[in-house]
Design a protein. Structure first.
Length: 589
């Protein structure tokens, strides 16, 4: 649908009323919408008035908003479109997303045609001499995207072994070192082999073709990898900034007004640069690594402060500290009390994490606890990755100890992912006042192998959003965009809402949903995507719902998500995204 938007409407309304408005004119007025405010006392409205960056009126009748229309007011006739508070994504990896969006993304590639198409797309935008690295091919080689399980019609078999000849003609001026999703295989093109001095010789771990020459395929552990990496040219700064611009554009088009980002210092510096040039179209609540707690404390940082000015900032500010307990399900790394069904000797593993050139292993829970305390003293909260039953239980144990030490509940602290929970651990979230930061789209993607790995009994506690809510937990929705080395995770809200409400793959499998007793309602999903994420950032008083006085962060959707058939959620489109009172995206189609 198209939204009627013109300042001429404002002039027309002023003429009809016979005089200029008797109240200060607004910057933006939205009329004739189905506005879902996320305010319990006044859940529905028809019009919103915005002055500068604030909501200055929310009205049940559009006529009540007309006195605020002046000659310079932009007026949007929503034509019955559905309006919600701007979506807040509680978990993304902005630097990785930027790379996979603009750089080579091979997660869904496992054939020559796909490799040529993706490498060709990237080369078209690169300067001569720029390297192409990564890619992670073959993540869906065994199960195609959308397959419900290994036995479904979408499944494939075998392992694809690419050859440099497939891309050499495309990449004469751009050396490549591409990786498989599990980092067991690598592909170097001829340009890279030549620069590394490996074009005519073979070292251990390099495959040879029928002509005796290197195919470009290199096995993990080969000395050739280190040789190539030493001569690889780092990505240019301007290329990385352009990648960030593309990611910001994608977030705006998805109706997302703020993200809680797993912040790295180099990426944060680029965000500061984009803010200074006026190019930020999304707010960032930054989550530096937990290992940086002493550094940030000693530098005088606390929650809510800008990473360079140290002043409060509504666009770019430090939030929580991000830690890790265990690995991920996609690589059998999540930590469990019992072994994996398909790997009987494997219980998962504790996460080893690198920050500022020093390792800390969360196997030493005492070290994690001390870092959480340091962060707490500096005014930060802990948001810690925990996926398996043991990982989640250990994190709750650690938080419980911290709560006893500080003498109050842990408002704003989160268990990130909370992916597989034991029955006895569900009530502990409310007891500790700890947020369950969940990633709904994981359901649609991970169900293809979850039961094979941990069995149906443990899967009853997997992505158990209904059990968390019924036990009083606060849910925070995040996309985990762009995903892991084993999976693609979409960040458009339709994918997350669909997964939480329907619990099926993108193709609608299985019929009725995977463990359907864990479905939640559309309203509950919207809460987790808006007001709950504002609460999780300690800012629900100024954001997260549509109320007079709050920041004007607003998303317009093309259909009423509360009234449509839930099976059609994936058809939803974003019509308009408004951040800080400014329209940053309009759907012209």
């Amino acid at each position: 649908m198209r939204l009627l938007s013109t300042s001429l409407v404002a002039v027309f309304v002023v003429v009809l009323t016979g005089c200029a408005p008797s109240v200060p004119p607004a910057s933006l007025v939205l009329l004739s919408g189905e506005i879902y405010t996320m305010e319990a006392e006044n859940p529905w409205a028809e019009a919103i008035v915005v002055t500068d960056n604030r909501i200055t009126g929310v009205f049940a009748d559009s006529q009540e908003a007309r006195p605020f229309i002046g000659p310079d007011t932009r007026v949007v006739d929503l034509g019955g479109a559905f309006v919600v508070p701007g979506f807040i994504d509680g978990h993304i990896h902005f630097d990785s997303a930027s790379r996979l969006l603009s750089d080579v993304n091979l997660l869904q590639v496992s054939d020559e045609e796909g490799l040529r198409a993706e490498v060709g797309r990237v080369v078209a935008s690169l300067a001569e001499g720029e390297w192409i690295m990564g890619g992670m091919w073959g993540a869906y080689e065994q199960w195609k995207l959308g397959a419900a399980s290994a036995g479904s019609p979408g499944s494939t078999g075998g392992r694809w072994l690419p050859n440099r000849s497939v891309i050499d003609d495309l990449t004469i001026a751009n050396p490549c070192l591409l990786s498989s999703f599990d980092d067991k295989l690598f592909l170097a093109n001829s340009a890279a082999l030549t620069i590394a001095g490996l074009d005519e010789s073979l070292v251990a771990g390099m495959d040879r073709g029928t002509d005796g020459a290197p195919t470009g395929l290199i096995r993990a552990g080969s000395p050739a990898l280190e040789t190539i990496r030493k001569v690889a040219k780092p990505k240019s700064h301007e290329r990385m900034v352009d990648e960030n611009r593309a990611a910001l554009k994608a977030l705006a088009a998805a109706g997302i007004v703020e993200v809680h980002d797993i912040a790295k210092p180099e990426q944060t510096a680029r965000l500061v640069e984009l803010q200074q040039s006026g190019e930020l179209t999304c707010r960032f609540w930054l989550r530096p690594d937990l290992a940086r707690a002493p550094e940030l404390r000693d530098a005088g940082f606390t929650r809510g402060l800008h990473p360079t000015t140290k002043e409060p900032d509504a666009w770019l500010r430090f939030g929580a500290l991000k830690g890790y307990i265990d690995g991920i399900m996609g690589t059998h790394g999540a930590l469990f009390f019992e072994p994996y069904d398909d790997q009987p000797a494997n219980y998962g593993h504790y996460r080893r994490h690198t920050s500022d050139d020093s390792d800390y292993a969360t196997a030493n829970m005492e070290k994690m606890y001390e870092l959480l305390k340091v962060g707490h003293e500096a005014g930060f909260v802990g948001n810690v990755h925990a996926i398996g039953t043991k990982g989640s239980a250990l994190m709750l144990d650690t938080y419980e100890r911290l709560m006893q030490d500080v003498g109050r509940d842990l408002e704003g602290y989160r268990v990130i992912h909370a992916q597989v929970i034991r029955e006895e651990d569900f009530p502990r979230f409310k007891k500790l006042n700890v947020i369950a930061e969940v990633n709904p789209y994981h359901v649609s993607d991970d169900m293809r192998w979850m039961e094979e790995r941990i069995g149906s009994q443990r899967c009853k506690g997997a992505y158990a959003f209904r059990s968390l809510l019924d036990n009083g937990a606060t849910l925070s929705f995040g996309s985990d965009w762009p995903g892991t080395s084993a999976a693609v995770y979409h960040m458009h809200p339709k994918y997350l809402i669909h997964a939480a409400v329907n619990r099926t793959t993108l193709g609608g499998e299985p019929e009725g949903g995977w463990f359907p007793e864990q479905k939640i309602t559309v309203h509950e999903a919207l809460e987790a995507y808006t007001i709950n994420n504002a609460y999780a950032a300690f800012e629900d008083d100024i954001r997260g719902s549509l109320k007079e006085g709050k920041l004007a962060d607003i998303t317009v959707v093309d259909r009423n998500l509360l009234e449509i058939d839930p099976s059609t959620i994936l058809d939803m489109e974003i019509e308009m995204t408004i951040v800080d009172g400014k329209v940053v995206f309009e759907n012209d189609e």
